[in-house]
Design a protein around this ligand. Structure first.
Ligand code: ADP
Ligand code: ADP
Ligand code: ZN
Length: 216
């Protein structure tokens, strides 16, 4: 299974990606996670990306394309992968298409998560993750079963993203509508786009996503 999850910040891409990982045992390739790791490790890429990410703008296509290309070369991507947060520009989409054909990999489908703008603000402002295993949570919509303890790994250290504030989210949404939303038309025209209503329960949305995955 080789797929792209497309949607604005806070749509639920990471949440759905983790459920797909559990069911299909394919890796989640989140460019946001990769870039945050580069920032945390103080690499050259991280130094270039930090200020751009903090402001909510997009990191340059060259940097992101290179990261993804390198990641796709790893063995665990041979049987499939979930691209989460990439591509985000038409240039990245074109680069991905070239990359995949050069590597002898295809693409099965592009799944769009459709979510109301007001809900995005709510989702992003309440988002936090387990600092140990990366499981995603929300102050209102997805609390751990036992307060302060990660459902997945049992640890009690959580973190919030620096860019998950109302002001930066506005910039990120603008970047989505200007740079990323044209990809919906691009993949529709290619015949690859499937849209899912992303406004319900996490598990109902997963069932809808999974129906698509089973059909491709
Ligand atoms: P993305 O990766 O698209 O930015 P996330 O998967 O991180 O989005 O989800 C953003 C926030 O919204 C997280 O706190 C997550 O727990 C929460 N969330 C995800 N899906 C839903 C949903 N269907 N309903 C309510 N909250 C959700
Ligand atoms: P979200 O889950 O809210 O959609 P991500 O974690 O995917 O956010 O991305 C966080 C930030 O990392 C973005 O605001 C952007 O600065 C950078 N980033 C991630 N993926 C890309 C990409 N494909 N192209 C350019 N910048 C990216
Ligand atoms: Zn955890």
């Amino acid at each position: 299974m080789k797929l792209i999850l497309l949607g604005p910040p806070g749509a639920g891409k990471g949440t759905q990606a983790k459920l797909i990982v559990d069911k299909y045992s394919i890796p989640q390739l989140s460019t946001g996670d990769m870039l945050r790791e580069a920032v945390a490790n103080g690499t050259e890429v991280g130094k270039k990306a930090k200020a751009v990410m903090d402001a909510g703008n997009l990191v340059s296509d060259d940097i992101v394309n290179a990261i993804v290309s390198e990641r796709l070369d790893q063995d665990d991507c041979k049987n499939g992968f979930i691209l989460d947060g990439f591509p985000r520009t038409l240039e990245q989409a074109e680069a991905l298409s070239v990359m995949l054909s050069e590597k002898g990999l295809g693409l099965d489908t592009v799944v769009e998560l459709k979510v109301d703008d007001e809900a995005l603000v709510e989702r992003v402002s309440g988002r936090y993750t387990c600092g140990s295993c990366g499981e995603g949570y929300h102050d209102t919509f997805k609390k751990p079963a036992s307060e302060g303890v990660c459902d997945r790994c049992g640890k009690s250290e959580f973190k919030r993203r620096q860019d998950d504030n109302a002001e930066t989210l506005r910039t990120r949404l603008m970047a989505y509508y200007k740079e990323t939303s044209p990809l919906l038309g691009y993949y529709f025209a290619k015949g690859d786009l499937k849209s899912v209503d992303g406004m319900g329960d996490i598990s109902d949305i997963f069932n809808a996503v999974d129906d698509i995955l089973k059909s491709v």
